[in-house]
Design a protein around this ligand. Structure first.
Ligand SMILES: Nc1nc2c(ncn2[C@@H]2O[C@H](COP(=O)(O)OP(=O)(O)OP(=O)(O)O)[C@@H](O)[C@H]2O)c(=O)[nH]1
Ligand SMILES: [Mg+2]
Length: 163
């Protein structure tokens, strides 16, 4: 589980583990992992922090995993080019790795649309033998009654890819 700092990686792992999301952003200084049992197998999720000095380590892990989950803050327009660059560096490392791009924070009014994100992240230009998914999500919506696909949808997709 990779993506720029503040995108929502730790929040994703917390929510999947049944813990409430934290209020603010507490950066992960290293890595953070959870093991989640399913009916047939166990899923190990590994987050590596997204701060600049940790991004160097991301590429060391892409060849070791079954799926890349790349979380993007949909409202962080300014840093989207960085997210795109980092994502494509990872894609270059492994041409076959399935990728789930999570367009998080869709609850925010300034969030970019899925069409914009697909274009700005350069997802339409990706080689066609690779499985690439772009999912709209609000892992921890700020408003109380917001109904956007959340963690459960991402989890279902991951299980299907891993089965
Ligand atoms: N509005 C909104 N905020 C969210 C959503 N998901 C997460 N957040 C907030 O965004 C911040 C993300 O924090 P983290 O999950 O710690 O981010 P991270 O990707 O693990 O960051 P690093 O560990 O620094 O790489 C937190 O303040 C969350 O409450 C969402 O769907 N909507
Ligand atoms: Mg984190």
């Amino acid at each position: 589980v990779l993506g720029l700092d503040g995108a929502g990686k730790s929040t994703f792992l917390r929510v999947l583990s049944g813990k409430p999301p934290l209020e603010g952003h507490i950066p992960t200084w290293g890595f953070n992992s959870v093991r989640l049992p399913t009916k047939d197998f166990e899923v190990d999720l590994l987050e590596i922090g997204g701060s600049q000095n940790l991004r160097f380590y991301w590429k060391e892990f892409v060849n070791e995993v079954d799926v890349l989950v790349f979380v993007v803050d949909s409202a962080d327009r300014l840093r989207l080019p960085w997210a795109r660059q980092e994502l494509h560096k990872l894609l270059d490392k492994d041409p076959d790795l399935p990728v789930v791009v999570v367009a998080n924070k869709q609850d925010l009014s300034e969030a970019m649309s899925m069409v914009e994100l697909q274009r700005e992240l350069g997802l339409q230009a990706i080689d066609n033998q690779r499985e690439v998914f772009l999912l709209a999500a609000s892992i921890a919506p700020a408003g109380p009654s917001f109904e956007e696909p959340g963690t459960v949808h991402i989890w279902k997709l991951l299980l299907e890819l891993l089965s």
